[in-house]
Each structure stands twice: as C-alpha cells, then as structure tokens.
Ligand binder design. Sequence first.
Ligand SMILES: Nc1nc2c(ncn2[C@@H]2O[C@H](COP(=O)(O)OP(=O)(O)OP(=O)(O)O)[C@@H](O)[C@H]2O)c(=O)[nH]1
Length: 415
Amino acid sequence: MSKIISKIKHFCWLFLTPLALFIGLVFTLQIHHPALDIIFLNLNWLIYLCIALSSVIALFFGQSRLVYACFILLYLTPVAGPFLGPDVGYLTIKYIFIQLAFTHLIFSRDKGFSPLNTVISLVFLGVIWLISFFAVPQLNPIVDAWYSAPGNLLLELSRSFDYVIGPLEFVILCFTLTLCLLRFIWLTTNTHNALFSCIVITGFIQFSNNTQIMQLGVVFLSLLIGYSVIRDSFTMAFKDELTGIPSRRAMMQYVQTLGRKYSVVMSDIDHFKKFNDTYGHDVGDEVLKLVASKLNKVTGGGKTFRFGGEEFVIIFPRKNANEVLPFVEVVRQVIADYDIALRTKPRPAKAPKASNKKGGLKQPAKEKIVKVTSSFGVAQRTKGSPEFTQVMKQADLALYAAKKAGRNCVKVAKQ
Ligand SMILES: Nc1nc2c(ncn2[C@@H]2O[C@H](COP(=O)(O)OP(=O)(O)OP(=O)(O)O)[C@@H](O)[C@H]2O)c(=O)[nH]1
C-alpha cells in the first residue's frame, strides 16, 4: 500500500507540477500587457535556442530518445512549415506523426548514437511519418463513418470539441495518450515524464490551435527535456542504483556541509556472505534493499548512505557519539526483529521422469521466514580525529569491535 502511495506521490510530483506550471503560463496569455506582447513577439528565437540547448544536453548525456524528442518538437514550430495553415490534411498528418513518434520513443530504449543505431532510429521515425502520410487519407473516411454512427460513445464525449480536431486525430490522441500514460505509470522516470508531457501538451496545442500556446508549449517542453536529462544524470551520480538511497559520492558531498560536531556510524550486515551462499545473490540483493530502507528511516537527524557492498554509513550532524546511540540502537533492533519472507521452491525428492517433465504437477512455492542482523560502529569528530576520513577510520574500528563482540550490537570507538 505504501508503495502505491509513494508511486502516486512521485507521479503527481513529476507530472502534475510541471503541467500546472504550463497551465499557469497559458493563463498569463490572457493578460494583454505590452511587456508580454514583446516577449511573445520574440519567442520564436527562444524556441530554437531552447530546443538546441536541450538537444545538446541530451546528446552530451547520451539520452538518444530525448534528442529525437527535440527534433520532433521542431516539427511543431514554424520552421517546419506554416503552423496555422489552412491545409487541414497537413495539420492532421503532422499531429498524428508527432503523437505516434512520441509513443514510439516512450516504448523504446536509449540506444546511444552509434551510426547503426542512429540510422535505425531515423528510419523508424521516417516510417512513422510515411505511415501517417499515406494512411491518414485512407483512414479518415473510415473513422469518420464509424465516429458519426449514432450512439458512438466517443462522439458523445467529444461533441463539444469535434469542430476543433477531426475524428481520426481525436481517436489517435486518445489511443496514444492512454498507451503513454500506462507506460509512464509502469515506469515512472524523468525521461518518461518528459515524453508523456510532450504528448499531453502537444494535444493541448492541437486543441488550442493558437500560435502563442504553441510557442509557449514548445519552449516549455524543450526546457522540461533539458531538466529531465540533468535530473536523471544527477540521480545516477548520487543515488545508489540497487537500494535507492544516496551513494558514497553523495556522502562525500554531504561531508562538505558538516560543521565541527558530528558522529559517523558504520554498519555492516552480519554473515552476509553465508546468506548469499545459502539463498543466492538475488535474494541477497533484496535483503540489501530492505536493510537500506530500514537504515534510511533512522531518526535523530541521521542521514544514511550506501558506502559499498553490504556496508552503510549514517552521519549525524551536530551530535556526539553518546547522543546518537539510542537512535542507532532502535534501527539495529528494527532490522533484527524484521521477518523476511522468502519464497523457496522445495526440491523434488526424485528427479522427474522424462514423461512427467512437461505435464508434471508444479510444486507450490513455500514461504520461509529468515532474519538478518547488522553490527554498528560509532565514532564522533574529536580534536584527535578532526578529519572525516579519520572519524570514518575510528567508526570502522568500532564496527570491527562489534563484530568481535558477537555481532548484532553497537560499539562506540575509544577516542
Ligand atoms: N547480494 C549482494 N551481495 C553483496 C553485494 N555487495 C557485497 N556483497 C556480498 O557481501 C559479502 C560480504 O562478505 P564478508 O565481507 O566476508 O562479510 P560477512 O560474510 O558479511 O561477514 P561479517 O561481516 O564478518 O559478519 C560478500 O559475499 C559479497 O559478495 C551486493 O550488492 N549484493
């Protein structure tokens, strides 16, 4: 349940916040102020600047999908032809291509920029454009006929705006929006947020049929793309991939912010090698994640980092070793008390007969409860060990003492 709630929160934060910002910007369009008019008059060069900037950032970080997304945004701009031309067929093809292309990107993977992959990706986008170009005139009358049939739910739903966009565009927009929303919910990443926002805001532009909203939308989307790339790179550099908690690099940066008084706790899972050997590395990974999540909930102002392997570090700013002990003790107890449910398949008593191999009854997985414990070493900054590396060394010695004392305990360094 808490996982679903945190996913919903993450989704809202990622997607709804920028969307609300965009809608707010659109509303500023209603204010006819001379300063705003000047901005909009000069927005075209800003569009190209933002697209260029975001493509370079995405290119630099190897995010190929977002580079292609920038190119697709370019197709929305006046450089790709008259935006509000009278040729409705041209606009239909353009929007359908854009929506299908974004959908393709959200379902594909970043493949980098090797010549072969670049050619394949461009060919793919070309094929999507050709499909839009040739299929739209064929599909238009079919969808029109189906759409205008009495009792069609979609017709009822879209009565108020079917004069703005045609039935085929509306059907494709609904289809691509649904697919992309599902993909985004399944994999809520910054890149998917940027691509999903591209579909939503392109739909917005399509409905509005307004040049200023198109300008705002493209500037906004290109900035969102640039921001997503930077955020992704930041997350990759400072978050541990397996456990999701801050990494050693983040710790070294955090250390710069510490004052003269702080304590460092080193923690290590007990007999983890044996655990891995008994239950396998994958189960070991799950246990690491679990221990990390418990350590991450430490109270008392402690900040947890994965130091490496099965070692974690908690830093308590503005606290000495004695002050942090109760908080460390709580987290040690929480880990030791936690029942880890493993689903293990019992081994068959005899090797299955050849005839029974395919159709044999599957053995149900059994649940086994196991426990892990952790040892902790605590040290504080002193005049004798003023540097962070020295405090770490002391905490490591204390951890060693905790291991020697039988594990599953907390020891304070003799400083
Ligand atoms: N599953 C998994 N195992 C890891 C990971 N990183 C390190 N390990 C394992 O952690 C184990 C650490 O073992 P040791 O340093 O010998 O310590 P230990 O078995 O925990 O024994 P004590 O620390 O003395 O209690 C090794 O088997 C590593 O392979 C990881 O990311 N995932």
